[in-house]
Design a protein around this ligand. Structure first.
Ligand SMILES: [Zn+2]
Length: 105
């Protein structure tokens, strides 16, 4: 989390926003949990444990979705033979990229 979700101030690692005072502790905790699950999913990929990779990738995306986490989840789904999930995520990522390209020219 780089910006305060309340006032959009640039954040450092403090638990309260320096501008608006919003308590960011829970959000920071959730974000760190998502990062941990993302790293565990990558580690599971490296060791060839597709089941663990899928579990951690799902948790990471459930806690906080980013394009990188969704991409990892798509890979984990395909490696786990859940092709419907993998293809649906890839389609969603593709739509998001198209929308982004259309809005930025
Ligand atoms: Zn703020």
């Amino acid at each position: 989390m780089q910006r305060c979700p309340s006032c959009n101030a640039r954040l450092n690692d403090e638990w309260n926003c320096h501008r608006c005072g919003a308590n960011l502790g829970l959000l920071m905790y959730i974000n760190r949990q998502a990062e941990d699950h993302y790293r565990l999913a990558v580690s599971a990929f490296i060791t060839g444990d597709a089941k663990s990779m899928l579990f951690h990738a799902k948790r990471a995306c459930a806690l906080r979705q980013t394009p990188e986490r969704l991409g990892l989840l798509a890979c984990a789904a395909i490696l786990s033979y859940d092709f419907d999930l993998g293809v649906s995520i890839i389609g969603r990522l593709s739509e998001d990229r198209t929308k982004l390209r259309d809005t930025t020219g």
